[in-house]
Design a protein around this ligand. Structure first.
Ligand SMILES: Nc1nc2c(c(=O)[nH]1)N[C@H]1C(S)=C(S)[C@@H](COP(=O)(O)O)O[C@H]1N2
Ligand SMILES: [Mo]
Length: 416
């Protein structure tokens, strides 16, 4: 524990104990003054001498008191087939810091020299092109904030009561993506009549390829070279990735090297062997791109232990590939009663939206759930509803409501 942390946490515990039920809207602030005993007004050691003049190393790092990290989500089935999850339970607001963006690699992270990297665009186009990174950066750019979620996030089967949010929902992040709209490039090369699909290919050892319908390619897709203000991180596709808002993450081909325009889907491995949804009748749904409305409570969440009963804010995230989130309801009794949570702006399309609901934990068991609605009127389904339609073998696209059980001792685990 860092110096003074134990003293400070004891202080905080006392503060909260006194706060229980006290006057004032939240019941915390009034008790604080008495509990502090004037301690805060004495000058701490870190205020007595000048601190470090500037950050060292030059690229700033989080405080040494912070310990956030991505965590492997599964044991790789073959070399490079890895994924790590974002610690959503410890983040604030809607933006994922670049060093914590989740990762999913089919064959590891290639080390690409941006000066030697090229993007080829060919097939059913009037003017095939090969572009350098400099060419792309010179073109008209857009910056948009969108979530990215792997369709394999939140497995259908094998749910564990011990799941943390990072384990159940960590293949989800949100960033500001900057680059050239794919529509701009398509206009530049001139798409030929009959064109309907685009093959996107990555420069990693997986040579990952997916077919993208032309309509989707023109619906806000970005050839992204920057993420939250800086060039992409290697693990996010440096120097260039495709970014398709609102659809399953695997369409956002990283380390993008080639786009081929065609008149039909290319039927690559990722859309025949993988990323199809096996239905109860044995048929498989193919090209199920859309990420439908989903939400989850980020705190309290799995692995947390609530201390003293009393006021706390239930916080969470909601998102939908169809546009904007219009509402989130929260239940603390397993779905018997629901209350509307407050959405925090800006509420952006195809972006994480933060929701909050004040709650006074009485100290007994509680069953927390959240349920999102989007601008099309679509309501996030209960798991039983989704299972009745799709069975449990489909693996991908589990957007069901997700519960956290608070035990009488304050322990939080996944249930319901
Ligand atoms: N070239 C390439 N693109 C890829 C992948 C890959 O392995 N290779 N993984 C895909 C999958 S399955 C997902 S969910 C997203 C993950 O993006 P991220 O690692 O930036 O979070 O990238 C997609 N694009
Ligand atoms: Mo994915």
């Amino acid at each position: 524990m860092p110096p003074d942390a134990s003293r400070r946490s004891a202080h905080r515990r006392g503060f909260l104990r006194l706060a229980g039920g006290a006057a004032g809207a939240i019941g915390i602030a009034k008790a604080a003054w008495a509990a502090d005993g004037g301690e805060t007004l004495t000058v701490p050691e870190w205020s007595r001498a000048p601190g470090a003049p500037v950050a060292s190393p030059p690229y700033g790092q989080p405080s040494a008191f912070e310990r956030l990290g991505r965590r492997p989500r599964s044991v790789p089935a073959f070399p490079g087939a890895a994924s790590t999850g974002t610690p959503l339970q410890h983040l604030h607001g809607i933006i994922t810091p670049n060093g914590l963006h989740f990762e999913r690699h089919h064959a590891g992270v290639p080390a690409i020299d941006p000066d030697r990297h090229r993007l080829a665009i060919h097939g059913l186009v009037e003017r095939p092109l090969v572009l350098t990174m400099d060419d792309l950066v010179r073109m008209p750019a857009v910056s948009r904030i969108h979530f990215l979620e792997c369709s394999g996030n939140t497995p259908w089967l094998g749910a564990k009561p011990t799941w943390t949010l990072q384990e159940s929902h960590g293949l989800l992040s949100c960033a500001e993506w900057t680059g050239v709209e794919l529509a701009t490039l398509l206009d530049e090369v001139g798409v030929k009549p009959g064109a309907a699909w685009i093959l996107a290919e990555g420069a990693d050892a997986a040579g990952m390829t997916r077919s993208i319908p032309l309509d989707l390619a023109r619906d806000g897709a970005i050839l992204a070279y920057a993420q939250n203000g800086e060039r992409l991180r290697p693990e996010q596709g440096y120097p260039l990735r495709l970014f398709l808002p609102g659809v399953e993450g695997n369409l956002s081909i990283k380390w993008l090297r080639r786009l081929k325009v065609g008149d039909q889907p290319f039927q690559t491995r990722e859309e025949t062997a993988k990323y199809t949804d096996l239905m109860p009748d044995g048929s498989a749904r193919q090209f199920t791109f859309l990420m439908e409305a989903k939400s989850v409570i980020t705190t309290p969440s799995g692995g947390e232990r609530l201390g003293e009963p009393g006021f706390r804010e239930i916080r969470g995230l909601a998102w939908t590939g169809r546009g904007r989130i219009t509402g989130v309801e929260v239940s603390t009794d397993g779905g018997a009663r629901w209350k509307a949570a407050t959405l925090e702006g800006p509420v952006l399309p195809r972006c994480l939206t933060r929701f909050r609901l004040p709650w006074r934990w009485a100290g007994g068991p509680a069953q927390l759930l959240s349920r999102a609605t989007d601008e099309t009127g679509y309501v996030q389904p209960a798991r039983a509803t989704l299972v009745s339609l799709r069975g449990t073998q489909s693996f991908y696209h589990n957007n069901a409501t997700f519960g956290w059980a608070v035990a009488a001792n304050g322990g939080v685990s996944h249930a319901g």
